[in-house]
Design a protein around this ligand. Structure first.
Ligand SMILES: [Zn+2]
Length: 120
């Protein structure tokens, strides 16, 4: 009896943890003309002015605290393409790779982080 209760509780706990883990990894898109002094961890910022998108910025999802800037101007390299879903969630192409620092390598797909390699 106690064993059953415990395994049921463990199953519920795993669902709760998975739920919050997923929520934490969802980025909301915000359009700004200037980046705020302190970036919120769950916001994908798109910096634009008069219809021109300059770059996108986000706090590194790996947790190192670095601010990642992705250029959106097509006449500059490297350059990322930004797409939106109907719900406003962003997809960034290609992947983001922190070649210096923490080495995070991931895709932003539909506002969610999809890791390219296993975390250490
Ligand atoms: Zn990082």
């Amino acid at each position: 009896m106690m064993g059953h209760l415990r395994s049921l509780w463990n199953a519920i706990w795993r669902l709760v943890v998975a739920f919050f883990f997923q929520r934490r990894k969802v980025y909301r898109t915000e359009f700004v003309t200037d980046l705020p002094d302190k970036l919120k961890p769950n916001v994908f910022y798109v910096v634009e002015e008069r219809g021109t998108r300059f770059h996108a910025s986000m706090v590194c999802p790996e947790g190192c605290g670095a601010i990642l800037n992705m250029n959106l101007l097509t006449d500059d390299t490297p350059c990322w393409t930004l797409r939106y879903d109907d719900d406003g969630s962003a997809t960034l192409i290609p992947s983001v790779w922190q070649k210096t620092g923490c080495g995070a390598h991931f895709f932003l797909r539909h506002g969610r982080i999809v890791w390219c390699r296993k975390q250490n």
